[in-house]
Design a protein around this ligand. Structure first.
Ligand SMILES: C[S@@+](CC[C@H](N)C(=O)[O-])C[C@H]1O[C@@H](n2cnc3c(N)ncnc32)[C@H](O)[C@@H]1O
Length: 313
C-alpha cells in the first residue's frame, strides 16, 4: 500500500524539556530513560533493522556451541537471541542493559524462543558488576569466550575503560565483536540538514571529539592499547526500507533517533516536521517507499595479551 502523507506524531511523542546531561552518570540515566521510552515500539514498527544486524554480528563473532557470551546493551535481544541459539544449551548468554524496559523485552524474547540458558539483567555495561538478578551473577575474570556489542558501545561515556574490562573478562583467545555505524546514506543528508536547526544539540549521531568511533583507525588503536590483537573491521551495507514517511517517523521514534525529536521545542515541532517531510517527499521512490543504505561496521578483536604486559597468553 502506498502512503500518501506522514501523519502527525501521536501525543506520546512529546518534546521534553530536559537539561543536557553533564556527568557520565547523568548521561547514562538519560539514556536509560530514552531507551525505556523506545522499548515498547523498538523493532515493532514493521522495519527489519536491528534483528538483521544482530544476526550478522553473531556470524562475524564466529560463535561456537558451548561459548559463554556477554552481550553489551542487549536492548530487545537482537544480538542476544541469535547468540543464545548459536551457543546452544551447552553454553550461556547473558545480556546487560541499563534500560529496564529493554531488559523486559529481551527476557520476553528469550522466553518466546525457549532459550532458557540465556538471561538478561539490568546493569551498567561499563562496570559489569551487579547484585545477582534471578540467580544470574556477573561473570568472573577470564571466563568468557565472546563479548558482543551490537550498536551499543558508542553510547558508553568511557568506551576505553569498558573494553579493558571486557578484556579481563575474556579467557585466552576470547573475542570482542562490535557493530557500529559507518557513513550514513548521503542521499539522506538533506533530511537531517532540514531538522538540524530545530534541535537542541542532542542527537544519537553526535559523537564526542575524542570518540574512538570516529574512524576505523581510532577504534583499532583503542582496542590494541587495551590488549586486543588481530583486530579486523569489515564494512557492509545496511539497507533499511520504509513503506513511506509514516513508517519512517514511527521507526525514528522507536529508536535512539527519538533523542533529537524529544529535544525539539513544542512550538517548533510542526515547522521542523514539515521541513523534514518536504525532504522525505523528494526521496520517495515511484511506489512511495523510502530506502536508506548506510554503512555498518563489524569489528572483531581477540584478547590475547595481558593489558600493559605485552606478553602473549
Ligand atoms: C541502539 S540499542 C541496541 C540494542 C541491541 N544491541 C540491538 O542491536 O538492537 C543500544 C542499547 O544500549 C543500551 N545502553 C546504552 N548505554 C548502556 C550502558 N552504559 N550499559 C548498558 N546498556 C547501555 C541502551 O539502553 C540500548 O538498549
Amino acid at each position: 500500500m502506498t502512503e500518501t502523507a506522514a501523519s502527525p506524531p501521536p501525543a506520546t511523542r512529546s518534546a521534553r524539556t530536559v537539561a543536557r546531561p553533564a556527568t557520565a552518570d547523568e548521561r547514562k540515566a538519560a539514556l536509560a530513560g530514552l531507551f525505556d521510552r523506545s522499548a515498547p515500539t523498538y523493532e515493532r514498527v514493521g522495519v527489519n533493522h536491528f534483528a538483521d544486524l544482530g544476526q550478522r554480528l553473531i556470524g562475524h563473532a564466529d560463535v561456537l556451541p558451548g561459548d559463554r557470551i556477554l552481550d553489551i546493551g542487549c536492548g530487545t535481544g537482537a544480538v542476544l537471541v541469535p547468540a543464545a541459539r548459536a551457543t546452544g544449551t551447552t553454553g550461556s548468554a547473558v545480556g546487560v542493559d541499563l534500560s529496564a524496559g529493554m531488559v523486559a523485552r529481551s527476557r520476553a524474547a528469550l522466553r518466546e524462543a525457549g532459550l532458557t540458558h540465556a538471561h538478561a539483567v539490568v546493569a551498567d555495561a561499563e562496570t559489569i558488576d551487579w547484585d545477582a538478578q534471578g540467580g544470574v551473577h556477573p561473570p568472573a575474570d577470564g571466563t568468557l569466550d565472546v563479548v558482543c556489542a551490537g550498536i551499543s558501545l558508542f553510547f558508553l561515556p568511557h568506551p576505553r575503560q569498558a573494553v579493558s574490562r571486557y578484556r579481563e573478562l575474556l579467557g585466552p583467545g576470547g573475542r570482542l565483536a562490535v557493530s557500529w555505524w559507518g557513513r550514513p546514506d548521503p542521499r539522506w543528508d538533506p533530511v537531517f540538514a532540514a531538522s538540524a536547526p530545530y534541535g537542541r544539540g542532542g542527537s544519537s549521531h553526535a559523537l564526542p571529539e575524542d570518540s574512538p568511533f570516529r574512524s576505523v583507525a581510532a577504534l583499532h588503536a583503542m582496542l590494541e592499547e587495551a590488549g586486543y590483537a588481530s583486530v579486523e573491521t569489515v564494512e557492509e551495507p545496511c539497507v533499511t526500507r520504509f513503506r513511506g514517511p509514516h513508517q519512517w517517523w514511527d521507526w525514528v521514534w522507536s529508536t535512539a533517533g527519538r533523542m533529537f525529536w524529544e529535544g525539539v521545542p513544542a512550538e517548533s515541532r510542526e515547522r521542523a516536521e514539515a521541513a523534514v517531510n518536504a525532504e522525505l517527499d523528494r526521496l520517495r521512490a515511484p511506489d512511495g517507499s523510502l530506502t536508506s543504505t548506510s554503512a555498518v561496521r563489524f569489528t572483531v578483536a581477540r584478547a590475547q595479551r595481558s593489558p600493559g604486559s605485552g606478553a602473549m597468553r
